[in-house]
Design a protein around this ligand. Structure first.
Ligand code: NAP
Length: 303
């Protein structure tokens, strides 16, 4: 049986990932979109969220693909209307607003799913299983990509609440917080802010347990989405954002890659079981980096 779902914010990630994942799923039917300018061929389109809520009481689920800052108001209205809600990552602009949404969802008896798509990358679950009984001696995150390629013209990433390099960096942090058998906490950070922007374009982080991270949004050419975890029993590395897993340099067969389809499978399961999934651990590291970070001003950035 298919459940009608409404996709809100028809921008880059909705078109690249959400629409294909919903269309390929036996669980969902894309019943409406809400966007001020984007539409999806053949799907009823609204340009106002409240009008959609009033007109389409037959749709019990919304998936919010907006940037983090506007997302809270949409989620709050959806929960108040009795809808189950899926949040793109990072789940909000602040930790407290996501906690508020979680409390609202619990009170309303609806599902709230704060998604972390990188946790669904195919190497992540086997990495977690391999590390579960290991003693960790250190590790490193190397997360460097080209903001012009992945966020073309998206000024919101450099506005307050846009999180800058921690927008993609939270993908690495979502993997780290998923696979590590014991938590680490941040001990220091250096944040590089373009002189004309409000969020960092690069960051170097240090955690307990000899763990470090290097995040940069200025990398042209090959992109780097790598995590290395050293243990007393060998070294585990994840590459390509978690899609490839190697143990002591030997490639592991990690199964099919289906990040966004797996998110929609999980949403169907959460609704079926009456549960929510709201893990703020990756965002806590971002907030801690902003709290502890030494600020350095670097060259201005323009798209
Ligand atoms: P985007 O294309 O800039 O924005 C998505 C849509 O949100 C826009 O098309 C816009 O639709 C709507 N929107 C933007 N600002 C708004 C506002 N202030 N109020 C209401 N609606 C607004 O962004 P995106 O790249 O898809 O990213 C959206 C989310 O997905 C972010 O949290 C991002 O971290 C996450 N994500 C992005 C990527 C990626 O590669 N880009 C990958 C994974 C996850 P209308 O103007 O038509 O209303």
């Amino acid at each position: 049986m298919t459940t009608p779902i409404c996709l809100v914010g028809i921008g880059k990630i909705a078109v690249d990932q959400h629409v294909p994942a919903i269309n390929a799923s036996p669980d969902w039917i894309l019943a409406a979109t809400v966007s001020r300018s984007g539409t999806v061929d053949g799907v009823p389109a609204f340009d106002d969220f409240e009008r959609m809520l009033a007109a389409r009481a037959d749709i019990p689920v919304v998936s919010l693909c907006l940037p983090p800052v506007p997302r809270f108001d949409y989620a709050a209205k959806a929960i108040a209307a009795g809808q189950h809600v899926m949040l793109e990552k990072p789940p909000g602009a602040t930790l407290a607003e996501v906690q508020t949404l979680h409390a609202m969802a619990q009170a309303a008896g609806v599902t709230l799913f704060a998604t972390w798509h990188s946790r669904m990358a195919k190497g992540v679950a086997p990495a977690k299983a391999w590390l579960a009984d290991k003693t960790i001696t250190g590790g490193h995150i190397n997360w460097k990509e080209d903001v012009r390629r992945w966020h073309p013209g998206q000024d919101w990433v450099f506005a307050p609440g846009g999180m800058g390099v921690f927008d993609p960096g939270s993908n690495a942090l979502s993997i780290m917080t998923e696979i590590m058998p014991l938590p680490v906490h941040l001990t220091g950070a250096t944040l590089q802010f373009p002189s004309n922007r409000d969020t960092p374009i690069a960051a170097q982080l240090q955690w307990t347990g000899n763990f470090t991270g290097d995040f940069d949004w200025r990398q042209e050419g090959p992109q780097s989405w790598d995590i290395r975890v050293e243990t007393t029993a060998g070294t585990l590395t994840l590459h390509d954002g978690g899609a490839r897993l190697l143990i002591d340099g030997v490639e592991q067969d990690a199964g099919p890659d289906r990040e966004y389809p797996a998110l929609y499978d999980r949403m169907a399961e959460l609704i079926k079981t009456g549960a929510s999934d709201v893990d703020l651990a990756p965002m806590i590291h971002v907030a801690d980096a902003m709290t502890l970070g030494k600020r350095i001003t670097v060259d201005p950035f323009e798209f």
